[in-house]
Write a protein of this length. Structure first.
Lengths: 286, 286, 286
């Protein structure tokens, strides 16, 4: 295989079973880091399982709902459900927490996180292709479904929390978009433009470049333990150009400055940092 | 054209683009009057945009959901979305708020409000026709879908508010129906009865009379700055006859009495008055 | 008819109209026992009616939603809606509350409660059959739809409460499963296994035995005024075996012990007891 064939081969990669498995592991571990989940896993394994399924298959459920298809359809892929359920069981009920401890080993954590980001690209393109078969040439629907498919777990987080008895109406992923949700939206726009042939790039090259971008920044975020969004300058520019918002960019800049300089602030992994910020805000509004 | 032909010609009026545009303007301006929306528009333009789309297309979304069709289908009408998005942009981000100031000019405000009420009739009949093609002769489904299509923005207001981070579970449009929601319900019942040929009136005449009713009372409400519902006596009679409620009518009467006499109470437009009442109630329950 | 033919004849029993009627009566009476419903019935008969319909047809609505079919389809069975609406009217607006007083007569109450439990079996098997026609051989979907159809009113209780202006996010039927929801889940699993021919029992025999189980324990619960779940030992065993939870079984045992010994605790009917427990928990978290 020559070098220029790498993107093409990469774009033919199959997600099942290894990449899917990494997605389930990363998702369920992220769920376990949420406050109060361990108590829920003891009180009601069923609610915990359902929450875990929404973390793993939230994108499918949301995109099925949006396209008017049965939201239970995700349960039809029995093998995937069994895989995800096994991961859920091992994460929450493994004796002496062996499974979780394994995945706190940094190289393994990086591998899983990287592989999870690869599945994101595949989900976005799947969602866009699905929407395109249902609605021919409806640009906005393609973007919306691609976005929902790739970032579903985040977008339905309010209702996922409700399953666990948590309700935080004062925030949601539209009001305070997290980095994965933002980058998925950009990806959905890019892949839709590519599909409608507005971008002078072959699909497999875009898949390759976008995935490299996702993986590199995810790994960087874990290694530096900082949630500095690489999109902050772009957001600031767009915000200033279209919405005349002087507040937003300065705030974003300030945040990123703190994140990259103040190492005392950045001494925790990005998910916890993000979650911590949410908690603080929740407290303030309560 | 002779006089007796007016209703027929009127019923052939096309909503696109001018009446639709008036509906978008009136809806987005109503959204901007809600508490906290301007802050949301600065913090997260996307959440604000989504909220505005729910204000403009809430009826479509709700009726599509009720009929098991893809709720994203409303995004397929690209032209309408572009129109509504332009209105949203101008209302929220226009330099020096020129757009909003224009529409605080009373004659223009009356025109837009009147045209918006015209679209209501069209939506109700569209919804009923749509339901009739899916479920032959299901009276209740026709009423429900016609109502949802005409008053959708109100009926889903709890979830529209959730997009903006606001959650008021203690009230909803079923518990405290506002005048537009009530009058749309009556319209949905009348048009369904007409369609099933229980009413001795031609469709175009009913369309004409109902729209005149809607527009006249809307204009009167804006001019008198009072939210006196013309339906209060009807409600009182029905409440007393069927539900033996002596409380409800007296309360409604009292409210309408205050509204028509106490000019100090009625010194704000109806939407704000209604919103103010909601806020008071929200405070009480908090 | 000989004795061995009883299950077969029983399984051919038609639910309409008498068993359906009993289901509506029991459901609407259970709704009226909820805190604050009587005030809602005075303030907004429409919200009260919609709440009652969700109590009566919640299972249909939820299973239709899950299978991507129009959730309003339940309104198409006009006769059933009229029956349920008549029951709702009589329960809430009957002069001097005659209707409710009749059904506080114990033998009548037992009859209605028993007949309601019979409809549960029919709903579970209907739901499973429906799911099987849409998704061939998808075990989990059959269980999920059967469960949703049989216990729908409970599973959507958070959203049913929202109609009445009540919001209790800290609890739901997945976090704290009530006995009817649990037993319906077990039934859905059993009937799905039977349908997939993993159980060495004919369908009519399983229907007969499961219904007998439901009715006997329901009657026992009403007579002893205790909500001791006959499933507690099973739960404890499963909890200890799979989820290593020493807390859960001890708590369940403790609860059942209190229920069977301490007669002072058990002096109220099971629904009220359950509701009372929920209220306490709600207070704690508020």
């Amino acid at each position: 295989m020559e070098l220029w064939q790498v993107p093409l081969s990469f774009s033919r990669l199959r997600m099942f079973p290894f990449f899917d498995l990494a997605h389930y592991v990363a998702s369920v571990l992220a769920l376990k880091e949420q406050r109060g989940v361990v108590e829920v896993s003891i009180r009601s394994p069923l609610a915990c399982w359902f929450s875990a399924m929404l973390y793993c298959f939230g994108g499918s459920v949301l995109s099925l709902l949006m396209l008017g298809e049965p939201p239970v359809a995700f349960l039809a892929k029995t093998i995937n459900i069994l895989l995800a359920s096994s991961v859920w069981y091992l994460v929450f009920y493994c004796p002496e927490d062996i499974f979780c401890r394994c995945f706190s080993f940094l190289p393994l954590r990086l591998l899983v996180a990287g592989m999870k980001e690869v599945t994101r690209t595949w989900k976005i393109t799947d969602g866009i292709a699905h929407a395109d078969t249902v609605y021919k040439d409806a640009f906005l629907i393609m973007v919306a479904v691609g976005w929902a498919r790739g970032a579903g777990g985040g977008l339905i987080s309010n209702f996922e929390q409700l399953v666990r008895g948590v309700w935080k109406p004062e925030t949601n992923e539209l009001l305070q978009m997290s980095y994965p949700v933002k980058v998925t939206l950009i990806g959905a726009v890019l892949f839709t433009l590519q599909r409608r042939q507005y971008l002078p790039i072959a699909k497999h090259n875009l898949v390759f470049l976008y995935t490299i971008f996702l993986v590199v920044f995810k790994v960087k975020m874990i290694l530096t333990r900082c949630s500095t969004s690489p999109l902050a300058p772009l957001e600031a520019a767009v915000g200033q150009m279209f919405f005349g918002s002087r507040k937003t960019p300065s705030k974003v800049k300030g945040e990123s400055a703190t994140s990259s300089n103040g190492s005392s602030v950045c001494d925790q992994p990005s998910e916890q940092h993000h979650e911590g910020a949410k908690k603080k805000q929740a407290k303030k509004t309560e």
